[in-house]
Design a protein around this ligand. Structure first.
Ligand SMILES: Nc1ncnc2c1ncn2[C@@H]1O[C@H](COP(=O)(O)OP(=O)(O)OP(=O)(O)O)[C@@H](O)[C@H]1O
Ligand SMILES: [Mg+2]
Length: 612
């Protein structure tokens, strides 16, 4: 514990760039009206807290001592009325501050979600999902909490302190001055402690987030499978326990520090009260101070130190808020690498041609697309890839089927991602339907170009939801037609829950071939003009192979298709085969031509396709 208490990873040390404050305030703008009402209520609430001690003076000096029953009763009624008003004001004040705070959460969340979603696929290949989700959750809430606490805390406490001090000075400036002697000591102690607590809290938050992302990684099907097959459960547990133990230590340190802090503050406040009693008592005996004034001063004093404690920590709160905001702004400032040009045009309907002219491509470096703080990579891993595609020229006429073949790692998947505009080429032009993809609207690229990836990812949701992703307004007839065309209609009909069957995380309850066909059904619902397909590498048994083939025949009919071929039937039926090696197209032609030429394709054919 001594070690944790000695550590000071204070947030206050983190520098916050200028302009952040102004940007934060811009989020308050929509709530101007609400904030104004809130401030009025806060001021009224502060007034009520000063009124009660003053009533004490009245009841003693003007009621009890002169023996005036009427004053006593009236004051008592007034105090009761003030108490009711205070209760109502507290409620309304909380309601307003919650409206502002929760509204701010909503604004930030929607904005961050939309923005992250706009990031290119490259971003998601780098960012750790866990850190990203933490940022969406923790920082947004952190920013909000500090924002509201600053708003209500700073404002209401400043008003309270000012009013209490004004009342005390009015009652007796000598005693007030003396009792304020302890304030500097108090403020210094509170500040020092507040920073320490903020540092500990922040570290605890980081550790919690860390545990969270570890669990997200380990407890999805893929991660769990990996640990089962290759991991060491004991080591995994030990690693997790180590982090959890650190959270425990931090929790203990926080609890002890907090209590120590509160005890110290209570002590200072009690000392100030002692001064008021001592000095005020003597002045009262001498007759220069009334008994009621003495009582009122003592009561006011108890309402002075609480707000002062909060105020002395306001700086830490503000800094915490700014750091949270800054981490959110960091994400918001990521410029999506793939954006829609103003005046972008729609890709036409029907099947479209695909052309590449002089296309070269290298994967972007991490710094171009991602945030260091969202990754946990080795320092050397920040450079982009070398050239992956070089000088690619290709032309696919509308309705043609082009097969891509080549050794593993030669750049086939990369080439297809350029056609779906998941990436922009480093050099050269990718045209679909005669339009440079960079001039086409993003929505029309999504609608006109359909891609089925090798893993045919499914959300952990029902079959229906996974399908209507492609066409939210699809009717049941359309869904079944697509399923039948993709040769999975019968399979889905046999499932007890039919369309409402949940396909597990990553679609794990389906076989590879079934998942591919489901993905083809999804594609059919969208009905794109160009299809990009990465065939499953896994060898299917001959029955599902035939089913996938029939599904593809329907899907590709009358559409332009670019298929990364792993099956013999695909290469045989292709209008054109492109052989990719080391990022270049090294051979092109039809199956018989290329076989006859006896080059790389002939080799690949013997090793990859001939056994099928
Ligand atoms: N996101 C990425 N960032 C950096 N480099 C990448 C990325 N994705 C792939 N690469 C690299 O680009 C090269 C081409 O990869 P690609 O996935 O296009 O090969 P492929 O021909 O599809 O291989 P396979 O037949 O095994 O699927 C490989 O060297 C790979 O390491
Ligand atoms: Mg590939």
């Amino acid at each position: 514990m001594a070690r944790t208490m000695g550590r000071d990873s204070s947030v206050v040390d983190e520098s916050v760039p200028r302009g952040t404050t102004r940007r934060v305030l811009s989020y308050a703008r929509p709530y101007r009206g609400t904030i104004a009402v809130f401030l009025v209520i806060v001021t009224l609430a502060a007034l009520t807290s000063v009124a009660a001690p003053l009533a004490l003076k009245t009841v003693v000096d003007d009621g009890v001592i002169p023996g005036d029953r009427r004053v006593v009763v009236l004051t008592a009624l007034a105090v009761a009325a003030i108490a009711v008003a205070e209760a109502v004001l507290t409620l309304v004040q909380r309601w307003y501050s919650a409206r502002i705070g929760e509204g701010l959460i909503l604004d930030l969340r929607s904005q961050v979600f939309r923005h992250v979603q706009e990031q290119p696929i490259a971003f998601f290949t780098r960012a750790q999902t866990g850190s990203l989700v933490t940022r969406l959750n923790t920082d947004v809430i952190g920013a909000q909490a500090a924002f509201s606490s600053v708003l209500s805390g700073a404002v209401s406490n400043t008003i309270s302190v000012a009013l209490v001090l004004a009342a005390m000075f009015a009652l007796s400036w000598q005693i007030t001055l003396v009792s304020l002697l302890l304030v500097p000591l108090f403020v210094l102690a509170a500040r020092w402690m507040g920073q320490r607590l903020a540092g500990l809290t922040r570290e605890q938050m980081t550790m919690n987030a860390d545990m969270g992302s570890r669990m997200t990684e380990r407890f999805n099907v893929g991660g769990a499978m990996l640990v089962k097959l290759f991991g060491d459960p004991d080591r995994e547990s030990a690693e997790y326990t180590r982090r959890a133990a650190r959270v425990r230590d931090l929790g203990i340190a926080l609890a002890v520090n907090r209590t120590f802090f509160m005890a110290a503050l209570t002590l200072v406040a009690a000392l100030a009260t002692a001064i008021v009693y001592g000095l005020g008592g003597i002045l009262a005996i001498n007759g220069s101070l009334s008994v009621g004034t003495l009582l009122a001063l003592a009561a006011l004093l108890t309402r002075l130190y609480g707000p002062l404690t909060s105020l002395s920590n306001i700086r830490v709160d503000v800094m915490t808020a700014l750091v949270s905001f800054q981490r959110i702004f960091e994400v918001l400032d990521l410029r999506p690498a793939i954006v829609e040009r103003t005046g972008a045009i729609e890709l036409p309907g029907g099947s479209l041609s695909v052309r590449m002219r002089g296309v070269s491509f290298a994967y972007p470096s991490a710094d171009e697309i991602s945030l260091r703080s969202l990754e946990s990579t080795a320092p050397g891993d920040r450079k982009g890839s070398g050239p992956v595609l070089r000088d690619i020229d290709l032309a696919v006429e509308p309705g043609q089927l082009v097969a891509l073949v080549g050794p593993s790692g030669s750049g086939k998947t990369t080439l297809t991602t350029l056609v779906a505009r998941l990436y922009d080429p480093t050099d050269g032009i990718v045209e679909v339907g005669g339009t440079d993809l960079r001039d086409a609207s993003l929505a029309s690229v999504r609608n006109r170009i359909g891609m089925v990836t090798q893993d045919a990812h499914m959300f952990h949701d029902t079959i229906r939801e996974n399908l209507v992703l492609a066409k939210p307004d699809a009717t049941d007839e359309q869904i079944w037609a697509a399923l039948d065309a993709a040769q999975v209609g019968d399979l889905v009909r046999r499932l007890p829950a039919g369309l409402e069957t949940v396909v597990g995380d990553r679609g794990h309850r389906l076989s590879g071939g079934e998942k591919q066909r489901l993905a083809i059904a999804r594609l059919l619902l969208r009905s794109p003009g160009v299809i990009v397909l990465d065939e499953a590498t896994a060898h299917l048994d001959s029955e599902s192979e035939a089913a996938v083939q029939r599904a593809l025949d329907v899907a590709l009919h009358g559409r332009t298709a670019l298929v990364i071929a792993h099956r013999l039937s695909t290469v045989r039926g292709a209008d054109q085969i492109l052989v990719v090696q080391d990022g270049r197209i090294v051979e092109r032609g039809t199956h018989p031509d290329l076989l006859a030429a006896g080059g790389l394709y002939a080799d690949l054919y013997r090793t990859q396709f001939a056994d099928a």
